[in-house]
Ligand binder design. Structure first.
Ligand SMILES: Nc1ncnc2c1ncn2[C@@H]1O[C@H](COP(=O)(O)OP(=O)(O)OP(=O)(O)O)[C@@H](O)[C@H]1O
Ligand SMILES: [Mg+2]
Length: 154
């Protein structure tokens, strides 16, 4: 696990930009953390890193927003309003398997609600620190993000 201190909004966006510039199609980012911890802000950075100019807004009511204008597609999901059994019915795996859907980056807010997980993913847990700051705890599961994090962030 890697812990990254995010003193301000720019730092959260910059972490997203690095991910958006470097991740390959089929990457899944599971975002966890309290209300307002910065999950959407991070995804906005990912969009910037991919070269998406359209503004990225939280899909709390639409469940999923798709952006196809960047280097590779971005699928932004928000499971806040769902219970795990409802998530099962969404067939989320079609996004990371990339069979019916063009492979891209899949970013899922409130991933705590997922009843099952992909084989490989990057887990980003955002928490509140002192004085309005945030920190990100990043865990790689069966994927090679370590190099990216070591070379670009630390
Ligand atoms: N590192 C940071 N330091 C201080 N403020 C931040 C930081 N990152 C994001 N913020 C601010 O925190 C607020 C909430 O951010 P955001 O909407 O991204 O959180 P969220 O985790 O997506 O919330 P929700 O749980 O409602 O989906 C925004 O005003 C955002 O600008
Ligand atoms: Mg959000």
């Amino acid at each position: 696990m890697t812990t990254i201190f995010l003193p301000d909004i720019k730092a959260t966006e910059q972490l997203g930009i690095i991910l958006g510039e470097n991740l390959t199609a089929g990457s899944v980012i599971l975002l966890e953390g309290d209300l307002g911890a910065g999950k959407t802000t991070l995804v906005q950075g990912i969009g910037q890193g991919l070269g998406i100019t359209e503004s990225i807004v939280s899909p709390t009511f639409t469940l999923i927003n798709e952006y196809t204008e960047g280097r590779i597609p971005l699928y932004h999901l928000d499971l806040y309003r769902l219970e795990p059994p409802e998530v099962t019915g969404l067939n989320l795996e079609s996004y990371w398997e990339g069979i019916e859907v063009t492979p891209g980056i899949v970013a899922i807010e409130w991933a705590e609600r997922m009843p099952y997980l992909p084989d490989s993913y990057l887990n980003v847990c955002l928490t509140h620190g002192d004085n309005g700051t945030r920190q990100a705890e990043i865990t790689e599961v069966e994927c090679d993000f370590e190099n990216l994090l070591v070379h670009r962030l630390l």
